[in-house]
Design a protein around this ligand. Structure first.
Ligand SMILES: *[C@@H]1O[C@H](CO)[C@@H](O)[C@H](O)[C@H]1NC(C)=O
Ligand SMILES: *[C@@H]1O[C@H](CO)[C@@H](O)[C@H](O)[C@H]1NC(C)=O
Length: 517
């Protein structure tokens, strides 16, 4: 390395002056090497996160490494994407389990996100080594005592409060509280009649019952393919925690349904609106990408954190938008962009809803999502409902300009306009003004972007998603009157029973023993 090269240089010294010169170079380069390696002080770095706790079972486990220098200061810029190496292996070499550990994601702010997916359950446990060059980082190696269950192991924790504690679920979810204000009690007999009767022609409804932690369902309506998303999360949840017996309807269509102010019925939907009384769940988009992280999806809420484009100062000082023509304001955005190209770069990449306007507006080539972050400002305009890219935009390090909207997702209530993003009028009449403000107030704009990103990292972590689903079902179950029932036309939605699901669940044995006593 640098030191060795210095020694090589010092080898053929002829004459005093040259030698002094070489010594000086060696001195400088050794000093430089010392200075670089001291920037990250391996033993002072910090490591934390649910991925170090065996009881936090998630599709992909994760933890954070914060780089710290020898003065104990946290680094705020990247020390280089290859700064840390992570090795994860079974404690017992006889346990052969596939573990996928991609390189840590460089979040460009001195922190790194480590992800790993287990393809089997490890009974004895795991060892996690984190290295900087060859030195152990923080308290590495970490021992994660087994059993460490993998995603497909059907092994629910029977005591839900224990599970919520392990997952560090928040004590309250304000959106859940707000949504259930309309439903102090849920009369099962009534909703079995009324929900199908009123909403069956509105797209797709899935009628679920969870009884003894087993999932049953029947489908109602024409468009029910999206049940794959609700099935997969409910199965995943019941593998991790015992869910109370509960019977409910999930609306798998785009729009929320219940517009009544009084006598409303509870329907669970992926998107909420201020005009409706639906109970919001995390969108199928966020849910599926969390379940399939490092498997079937390319953009997910973790990988986006390592692909946020150039540092702030290197981003283009312009607002950016690409998307389909799913709402008229998006076309308006393109015309604003044509008149003000120095402020805004907007284009429609797919035509479906307003095809007759394509020849006037034009079609822009697709841009990979991670390339959005070459721009400092991101415009978020609704699609048919809330734009489901919003969580991903918030996780980047650009400033989000969000169109005012009656639509919302499960986490919006934690975000404040002006603190975490910049609000823009629904008709976009103040958009250009807001972009100009951001350009002229760069430090403030950057701070809002940073605050938004930091809130999104907390709110959109996989563990919080599971907490949220559980909380909705728990509050719902507490308010049910009548008995949740598997109806004759409901089928069992079963857990996988192929080799991927194979595991020995020690919790089940404990629970059985308790039952026998
Ligand atoms: C950012 O811009 C500076 C010059 O302003 C340049 O030196 C640096 O290499 C750029 N960094 C990246 C990551 O593009
Ligand atoms: C845009 O909406 C605002 C209200 O939010 C209204 O005052 C304004 O007149 C509208 N502008 C246009 C051009 O329609």
């Amino acid at each position: 390395m640098v030191r060795e090269r210095g020694v090589d240089l010092a080898q053929p010294p002829q004459g005093g002056l040259f030698r002094k010169f070489v010594v000086l170079i060696v001195f400088i380069s050794v000093n430089f090497a010392a200075c670089v390696s001291e920037r990250v002080a391996p033993e002072r770095c910090l490591i934390w996160g649910p991925g170090l706790n065996p009881d936090v079972v998630l599709p992909v486990r994760y933890f954070v490494i914060q780089a710290v220098d020898s003065n104990g200061e946290k680094l705020t810029v990247s020390p280089g994407r290859d700064t840390f190496k992570v090795k994860i292996s079974p404690l017992d070499k006889k346990e052969h389990i596939r573990i996928h550990v991609p390189p840590p994601l460089d979040r460009q702010d001195g922190s790194f996100l480590v992800r790993y997916r287990l393809y089997g359950t490890v009974l004895n446990g795991l060892t996690v080594e984190v290295l900087h060059q060859d030195a152990a980082v923080a308290k590495s190696p970490y021992t994660i005592r087994g059993p460490v269950y993998h995603e497909y192991c059907d092994c629910p924790e029977h005591d839900a409060s224990v599970w919520q504690g392990v997952m560090q679920c928040p004590a309250e979810e304000p959106q859940v509280l707000a949504d259930f204000k309309s439903f102090p009690s849920v009369d099962l007999e009534r909703i079995r009649q009324e929900v199908p009767h009123r909403f069956v022609n509105r797209g797709g409804l899935i009628h679920y019952a969870i009884i003894d932690n087993k999932l049953y369902r029947r489908t109602l309506g024409k468009y029910t393919d999206f049940k794959m998303f609700s099935d997969e999360i409910l199965l995943s949840l019941t593998r991790k925690v015992r869910v109370p017996d509960v019977e409910f309807f999930i609306n798998v269509g785009d729009w929320p349904l219940e517009t009544r102010r009084s006598d409303a019925v509870p329907v669970l939907s992926w998107c909420g609106s201020t005009d409706t009384r639906d109970i919001v769940l995390p969108t199928y988009e966020v849910t599926h990408s969390t379940l399939e992280t490092m498997r079937g999806v390319t953009n997910d809420l973790l990988s986006v954190q390592g692909n946020t484009g150039p540092p702030w100062i290197n981003k283009t000082d312009r607002a950016f938008f690409r998307g389909r023509d799913s709402r008229e304001e998006r076309l308006h955005l393109v015309s604003l962009s044509k008149k003000n190209p120095e402020l805004l770069d907007a284009g429609i990449t797919g035509w479906f809803f307003f095809r007759d306007r394509e020849k006037h507006v034009g079609k822009a080539p697709l841009v990979g999502f991670f390339d959005f972050f070459k721009y400092k400002y991101q415009v978020n305009v609704d699609g048919t409902v809330a734009a489901y890219r919003f969580p991903y935009l918030m996780l980047g390090n650009s400033l989000v300009l969000k169109q005012d909207s009656q639509y919302y997702e499960f986490f919006y209530s934690h975000l404040k306009a002006g603190t975490h993003y910049i609000p823009v009028k629904r008709n976009l009449s103040d958009l250009l003004e807001k972009i100009e403000w951001a350009i002229q107030n760069d430090a403030e704009a950057r701070e809002i972007a940073r605050a938004g990103q930091s809130a999104a990292r907390e709110l959109l972590q996989p563990s919080r998603l599971y907490c949220y689903y559980y909380r909705v079902l728990q509050v719902y179950a507490e308010r049910q009157t009548g008995r949740p029932t598997r109806h004759a036309d409901m089928e069992l939605v079963s857990q996988l029973d192929d080799h991927t699901a194979k595991c020995t669940c020690e919790r089940k044995e404990e629970a059985n023993m308790k039952d026998e006593l």
